[in-house]
Design a protein around this ligand. Structure first.
Ligand SMILES: [Zn+2]
Length: 1035
């Protein structure tokens, strides 16, 4: 999935809080340990009862139940628990009590004249120590680790607490993850949506095999009213069965008096009815107004990560793969689409038509199932043996050509690159009018937001870049994710990191004119910024609850995942080794599931050069721990010493300070610094390492072209030498290297390792800079500071900062033109420069923009503002009363989506308080402005001074409506929290944010994005305390 609704590089990531829940899964006692322990501070303490369980008083303790029903490894766990002869009770009470022998009974410092009492105490102490040692010896090694001896789907039959199902009977399962005793083989789904009353009925026929003896079948179902259930074992006749439901976990179960035996086959048939979802997940209704002003309705699906269960009862976990045969009924004037080609259409007695699709030819995870009912038109083209089609609502058909062209080219690329052809006969790309994510990679039926798929013939290359990127990402998923799927959501990065990396990789080859490199570089910088927070998490992280799964869709899984794949590819000898390893991985796990180790093992197996470091060893250090290293360089004579440490912006509650990474450090020096042959490699695997370098070398640049995921500190002399070299000639380094120096020095300033004066020394060269990446990075960093100063109402500093920006970039801004521009890179540069200039009300920028807007309005749609200038123009227009109204009119009529979104951002950039209130409420209501746009509206409003305080109030007042529309933990909620809080820098705001979120409890208090927000405010506060005086003296 591409959860990002636009391709700005502003993306959120969040803190962790899975310890309580995962521990709670095991046994209630362990919960108390988590609650009482201060070893794992989280904010604020989660009450597991409220989060996942019924109140304790309503629970029943059932001993011995389910003992016959264990999987093999469940039995392993059980027998080892029995062997231990002690339960979690003892361990947890030892942790819980302050009078534990560990803490209280410290040995006496000396025993010069041991009294009898002291002797007794000493002996007792020794006995205790010996007993504890023996216990520790016999306990498995994992017992006292933070994660404990986690075994998925384990029940401890001696202490299992079963919750009550809706009917009052005991529900026979206690975990989020389903048991593995039953495996679905195929689903036959029949769906009857009614778009008049927004309901549907369905039948799910599930063929299953029994893997281990069991007396129950447990699967997922959410908000479905099951009206009939039958069960058929082998050749026996079908019989009615009772379905139990446990709503907090979205599970249903059927109990059997006799055991189902391993090796048997059975069929569960469930009839049900439900409402079409009114949020953006499950089987949901969507609508739009056509060009005649008529409201049109449609129904579409969005199942990733946990919403297939809202459309049909199923084993809704990625490792339960099965085949699917889908039938959908519709009115004759509608059409349907699903993953596979249509097999036949039948006329039903009630006047409706029923479309039946071919059975999927591959086993597939439930989250990839998709179907749509609506009115669409399409264009198509054949590539290899696949018919590629692009669908849109009829009036937008003319905007589909580019997507088809890009889709065809990219499909050919992936067929060749992966050496496995796309397996289905058709691939549909569909633009859905109302869609929250950027796009979703459903196998054979990729769904998109209209802005991610539709561009006009006149569109600028920058607009095409957005569309091509999303298509490239989703097509990559057809292999990375659909063919080979992560075993569980903890390894989401295997889907998303890969798709993100392949999206940039494929576009550089297939559509080089889109110059995607600048965007990929910026994305890696932002991933570093997020991962520098203590609230970040390891790429591969344990998750259990639905909100934890939602939270995995963040910049760590996507952008850090992509960044470490780039680093790996760049560090391997030769172009093809990475690809060979990937092909092996895809072939080995085709049609099934894999985890992170499987990937590294595949890449290690094809390794050819023995002197090269082991891929598994190297990459595990990047996926198993959070954060990334700071590499510090020091030179003495001909010795260069590199030292690594965890780059951690705040050390509050830090737990990973001793981390080490296996870093393929690359470097160039002043003798040879630009061409790829100049690059040298040093593997830094320990805390520090040295290599030799002639003393005559003036400077070193580490992390050549910023392909590594780390930050470098050159020390005072190193930074000065680099700054001097750039002031003399900017071209001594590649643009990527220059941008990376700028990014790194700002990051070091935020960390407190360099002063702002040193930042300024490096930036002295920037007046000579004309390349897109270094200019945009420097402007972004300076405007972040400018924004913080604005929000603190430091008026004099704001004015001086503006002068500073103009001093460095003024002449480059003046050189920009206002006509059509062909090069993507120039468009990126121009749009950033002019948006900044107009925002700072500099020179003739605003006049130019106003004039262009006027001609545009007067031309009645015949004149087009160049795509990269639209934002600057609409932002300026929105500052005047009259033009804001005109823009709002245009917004409600324009059909071209990329332009429409820029108008919306323009409208949201107003400084008028009434309009700000109107636009926030309109976004929440969802009629004039679609609710899917609310995160964008909020982030835009927050960038203005007037808006950002309104937004904070708005969010507090409307929190319940927000989490009703966007799930807790989802990318939309992450983005909203970040927008609203990331510019706060005072204690008063920190207190407000803390107090608001701690009061939310299960309605979002435990989200990682809340941790991130608090950490960011503290960082802003710290930066301000340290630098306000510096800026006052110096700016
Ligand atoms: Zn994706």
């Amino acid at each position: 999935m591409d959860p990002f609704d636009n391709h700005s590089t502003e993306r959120a990531n969040l803190p962790r809080n899975m310890i309580e829940n995962s521990m709670f899964e095991e046994e209630p006692d362990v919960v108390d340990l988590a609650k009482d322990s201060s070893a794992f501070p989280t904010f604020p303490a989660l009450d597991p009862d409220e989060a996942v369980y019924e109140p304790r008083s309503s629970r029943l303790l059932v001993r011995g139940l389910g003992e016959n029903d264990l999987d093999e490894d469940e039995e392993d766990c059980e027998s080892s628990a029995r062997l231990l002869g002690m339960s979690f009770m003892n361990r947890s009470s030892a942790h819980r009590s302050n009078s534990s022998p560990y803490t209280r009974q410290a040995p006496p410092r000396s025993c010069p004249r041991p009294s009898a009492r002291t002797m007794v105490v000493c002996v007792l102490f020794l006995v205790i120590v010996c007993s504890m040692t023996m216990v520790l010896y016999f306990l498995p090694g994992c017992t006292f680790t933070r994660t404990g001896c986690r075994k998925p789907n384990k029940t401890s039959p001696m202490e299992t607490i079963f919750p009550l199902s809706t009917s009052g009977e005991l529900f026979p399962w206690v975990e989020y993850r389903l048991p593995h005793s039953i495996s679905p083989l195929s689903y036959d789904l029949t769906l009857n949506p009614n778009l008049n009353n927004m309901t549907f009925t369905g039948r799910s026929v599930i063929n299953m095999s029994v893997l281990h003896n069991t007396k129950r079948i447990v699967l997922h179902s959410a908000n479905l009213n099951i009206t009939k259930a039958t069960f058929k074992l082998g050749d026996e006749a079908a019989r009615d069965v009772t379905v139990l439901e446990y709503k907090p976990r979205q599970q249903i179960a059927v109990n059997f008096p006799e055991e189902l035996k391993a090796g048997q086959y059975c069929v569960l048939t469930l009839d049900y009815s439900a409402n079409l979802s009114h949020t953006y997940d499950g089987f949901y209704n969507s609508s739009y107004t056509d060009k005649d002003g008529k409201k049109r309705v449609l129904a579409a699906t969005q199942f990733e990560p946990l919403y297939a269960r809202k459309a049909f009862p199923c084993f809704d976990e990625p490792s339960f793969k099965a085949t699917f045969l889908i039938k959908i009924s519709r009115k004759p004037d509608y059409m349907t689409l699903s993953n596979m080609p249509k097999a036949k259409t039948t006329q039903l007695p009630n006047g409706l038509m029923e479309d039946e699709f071919e059975r999927t030819t591959f086993n597939m995870s439930t989250y990839l199932v998709a179907f749509i009912v609506g009115d669409f038109t399409s264009i198509s083209q054949n590539v290899s043996d696949t018919l590629v089609s692009v669908y849109s609502v009829p009036e937008k058909k003319e905007h589909t050509d580019y997507a088809l062209d890009a889709g065809v080219k990219l499909l050919e690329f992936y067929n060749n690159f992966c050496e496995i052809n796309y397996p289905f006969k058709k691939l549909d790309l569909v633009a859905i009018p109302d869609f929250l994510a950027g796009a979703m990679e459903n196998w054979g039926l990729i769904t998109f937001r209209e802005t991610s798929l539709l561009v006009g013939k006149q569109s600028s290359p920058l607009e095409k870049q957005v569309v091509a990127s999303v298509i490239a990402h989703e097509l990559a998923h057809q292999w990375f994710g659909n063919l080979v799927t992560m075993r569980w959501w903890n390894d989401l990065w295997l889907n998303e990191g890969f798709a993100t990396y392949m999206q940039y990789y494929s576009l550089q080859t297939v559509l080089p004119n889109l110059e995607i490199g600048n965007l990929f570089l910026a994305v890696r910088f932002r991933a570093l910024d997020k991962d520098a927070l203590n609230s970040s998490h390891a790429v591969s992280t344990e998750v259990n609850s639905p909100s934890q799964v939602e939270e995995m869709f963040d910049s760590v899984s996507y952008e850090k995942g992509a960044s470490i794949l780039l680093m790996l590819n760049a560090s391997l000898p030769g172009e093809h080794q990475f690809r060979k390893g990937i092909i092996q991985y895809l072939k080995q796990f085709s049609g099934s599931n894999a985890d992170t180790n499987d990937l590294w093992n595949s890449l290690t197996e094809v390794e050819v050069s023995p002197q090269h470091q082991n891929v598994s060893e190297m990459m595990r250090s990047w996926t198993s721990q959070k954060g990334f290293p700071l590499v510090t360089v020091s030179r003495q004579g001909d010795q260069v010493t590199l030292t690594q440490e965890h780059f951690l912006l705040t050390s509050d509650y830090a737990t990973h300070t001793s981390s080490l990474w296996n870093i393929p450090v690359t470097y160039v020096n002043d003798n040879c610094s630009v061409a790829p042959e100049c690059r040298q490699v040093f593997n830094l695997m320990t805390k520090s390492g040295t290599f030799k370098m002639a003393e005559s070398v003036k400077w070193l640049k580490i992390n050549y072209r910023n392909t590594g995921f780390y930050i470098v500190h050159y020390g005072d002399e190193g930074w000065t030498a680099l700054g001097d070299a750039l002031s003399e000639n900017v071209n001594v380094l590649t643009p990527e290297d220059r941008a990376s120096l700028i990014h790194n020095i700002f990051a070091l300033s935020r960390l407190g390792r360099v002063s702002f004066l040193q930042v300024n020394n490096l930036l002295n060269y920037i007046s000579n800079e004309t390349d897109t990446s270094p200019v945009t990075e420097a402007l972004l960093q300076l405007s972040n500071i400018y924004q913080l100063l604005c929000k603190r109402q430091e008026h004099s500093l704001v004015a001086r900062m503006k002068n500073y920006i103009m001093h460095h970039f003024g002449s480059l801004m003046e050189k920009q033109t206002w006509g059509e521009e062909e090069s993507v890179s120039n468009q990126e540069l121009r749009s950033v420069l002019l948006e900044t200039a107009c925002h700072l009300k500099e020179g003739n920028c605003a006049q130019q923009a106003k004039a262009l807007f006027k001609s545009y309005v007067e031309s009645n749609g015949t004149l087009r503002i160049p795509g990269d200038l639209q934002q600057a123009v609409f932002n300026v227009a929105a500052q005047s009363n009259e033009d804001w109204e005109t823009l709002r009119d245009l917004y409600s009529h324009v059909t071209f989506d990329a332009e429409k979104r820029k108008m919306l951002r323009g409208l949201a950039s107003t400084q008028d308080a009434w309009r700000i209130v109107w636009i926030l409420h309109a976004g929440l209501k969802g009629d004039v402005i679609q609710t899917q746009e609310l995160p964008l509206v909020i982030s835009t409003v927050c960038s203005g001074f007037t808006g950002y305080l309104f937004v904070w109030d708005f969010i507090q007042e409307n929190w319940d409506s927000l989490i009703e529309k966007f799930p807790v933990g989802s990318f939309a909620i992450q983005s909203i929290i970040k927008s609203a809080t990331s510019q706060f820098s005072t204690q008063a705001h920190l207190d407000q944010v803390t107090s608001f979120f701690s009061g939310l409890k299960e309605r979002g208090s435990q989200m990682r994005s809340v941790q991130e927000a608090l950490e960011t405010i503290r960082l802003n506060q710290r930066w301000m305390d340290k630098n306000l005086v510096v800026l006052q003296n110096w700016l």
